[in-house]
Unconditional design. Structure first.
Length: 542
């Protein structure tokens, strides 16, 4: 009977380990079954796994309560197995506080974690790995507080120690050892990207070098980790973003977005796209991915800095669209989050202010002034409107007949004006037709900002003449003309360049200047008789 129970414990532990990074609900299910064990240490392990499941769900409060209760149960137990569970529980508690931006508590937990490891009083591989993990946590905390050089120093000290331990590891521990090494290399790269002062900084090249070393380490994993390369490419995309190489950034994002759900990188991609499209001046796409980030349906331990960045982008975009109400709303949210972030960081280190968010404050002040001016203007306009309305009522009867005559006369004049044909100079017509030929052989029309006003300004003419020439020579409106050029360009690319076939509908739309995926789909179907998806399926079948 005892042997059967041990076998069940072993099965449940293996199942829980398998589902740890695959399926949170399954992890929760098996963690509860593990807690039915007769072995006290295995029960405690099950409680820790349950807490981890809630952590993965983003429910930090429940996770923290479970871990705190578990630590109280274990307390000063001398049992070696329970001491290890306590060490792992403290490590998980560190991550909860860290990802909740409670940096003072995270720091205290790091010290308690180190003390618990030292209580084992030995030099076993487990203790060595646990102390390295503790040092890594301290480095992560320093990096979050902006002490990038200090964090990097700790990571660089750790790497020789890790290399020394790895050859002595047994097969079942080697995998975890290599994962830890890859993690430290990636974090070292992150200290470089965070400390880079400009797009030409040598720190960015160092970041790329350490990300590459981390990826090479992952090629030693057994079994291999199928997501190693995509994760490496997304880290590389972040470096390219900092280098302002936006096309390269977008290329790496699009290459990996199809598998983002299984990699749990959807939020990373939403964040990177919101910034990339913002810099590429693709307004609708940037706003779309900002909202995707904010409305993400699954909680993840994302940093408040990312949220502030997204809110600030939305504030700036709505300001440019002259939607001051929306700009004001997101600017206030950005400032609120910034103030909360500053408060938690001040608690951890009163003398240090993490990020230079003067731009956020400046934009907020500008929008606030516009919002105040707008409100004052509305009050003024309403007052003027009421006064005007009273005057109009008084004068309405006397002026009624006169206004009717003026309107009737104006309508007749307008009708005559509409019938009058444009007299366009022959030289101007030839100039426009030549410009249209050059336009067709370029890709200028793919810019979402390209319009008849832009082209008219380039040709030093007015939009009425330009529209008339296109109607006469191309037998279509300017909008139809540009739409056909864009769709024909995309069709050519879909046929000749396979990477275009992996793009989302939104991405295809953005590539050819459409800010709205629905408008793009309608235009595509109107021209080809098929939706983009139908066209792709037909293309793939040939």
């Amino acid at each position: 009977m005892h042997s059967q129970e041990k076998n069940l414990d072993s099965v449940y532990l293996k199942k829980a380990s398998y589902y740890t990074n695959r399926n949170t609900d399954s992890l929760l299910h098996y963690s509860l079954l593990i807690q039915q064990s007769k072995d006290t240490c295995i029960q405690s392990d099950g409680k820790l796994r349950e807490a981890h499941a809630y952590y993965k769900k983003g429910d930090f409060q429940t996770s923290r309560e479970l871990i705190s209760s578990l630590i109280d149960e274990i307390n000063e137990s001398s049992d070696r197995c329970l001491k290890k569970v306590k060490i792992e529980a403290l490590n998980k508690l560190f991550w909860i506080y860290k990802n909740s931006n409670e940096f003072s508590k995270a720091f205290d937990i790091t010290l308690e974690h180190k003390k618990a490891i030292e209580s084992l009083n030995n030099n076993s591989p487990y203790s060595q790995r646990a102390l390295l993990k503790n040092k890594s946590n301290m480095a992560i905390l320093k990096m979050d507080l902006g002490f990038f050089q200090e964090a990097r120093k700790l990571y660089l000290e750790m790497l020789p120690e890790i290399n020394q331990i790895i050859p002595s590891l047994e097969a079942h521990d080697l995998y975890r050892g290599l994962i830890f090494k890859a993690s430290v290399l990636n974090l070292t790269g992150t200290t470089y990207i965070r400390s880079a002062e400009n797009k030409d900084s040598k720190s960015l090249d160092s970041a790329l070098a350490y990300y590459k070393r981390a990826y090479k380490t992952t090629t030693l994993f057994y079994p291999p980790h199928k997501n190693s390369k995509p994760l490496y490419e997304l880290r590389t995309a972040e470096v390219y973003l900092k280098k302002e190489a936006y096309d390269k950034t977008l290329g790496l994002i699009r290459k990996n977005e199809r598998i983002s759900k299984e990699m749990n990188t959807e939020q990373t991609i939403n964040f990177l796209k919101s910034i990339t499209f913002y810099h590429l001046k693709q307004q609708d796409s940037s706003i779309y991915y900002c909202h995707q980030f904010l409305n993400f349906d699954r909680a993840t331990p994302s940093t408040e800095k990312n949220k502030i960045t997204v809110l600030n982008i939305l504030a700036d975009q709505y300001k440019n669209l002259k939607k001051i109400d929306s700009a004001f709303k997101y600017s206030e949210l950005a400032m609120s989050n910034l103030n909360n972030l500053s408060k938690t960081r001040t608690e951890a280190n009163n003398s240090y202010y993490l990020y230079d968010f003067e731009k956020v404050k400046s934009l907020n002040e500008e929008i606030l002034n516009k919002e105040t001016s707008k409100r004052n203007l509305i009050i003024f306009i309403l007052s003027a409107f009421v006064l005007s309305a009273i005057l109009l009522v008084v004068k309405f009867y006397r002026r009624g007949k006169e206004l009717s005559k003026i309107q009737e006369s104006g309508s007749k004049k307008q009708a005559v004006a509409n019938k009058k044909p444009y007299s366009i100079d022959k030289a101007l017509e030839e100039k426009v037709l030549k410009a249209l030929e050059e336009l067709e052989s370029s890709t200028e029309y793919l810019d979402s900002e390209f319009s008849i006003q832009v082209l008219a300004k380039q040709l030093d003419t007015n939009t009425s003449y330009l529209s008339s020439i296109i109607n006469k020579k191309k037998k279509k409106t300017f909008k139809q003309y540009i739409g056909e050029l864009r769709i024909n360009y995309l069709i050519s690319k879909l046929k000749s360049d396979e990477k275009f076939r992996s793009y989302t509908i939104q991405a295809m739309a953005g590539e050819i200047g459409y800010n709205n995926a629905s408008a793009f789909t309608r235009a595509f179907k109107k021209q080809t008789g098929k939706t983009p998806s139908e066209f792709l399926r037909e293309l793939e079948s040939h």
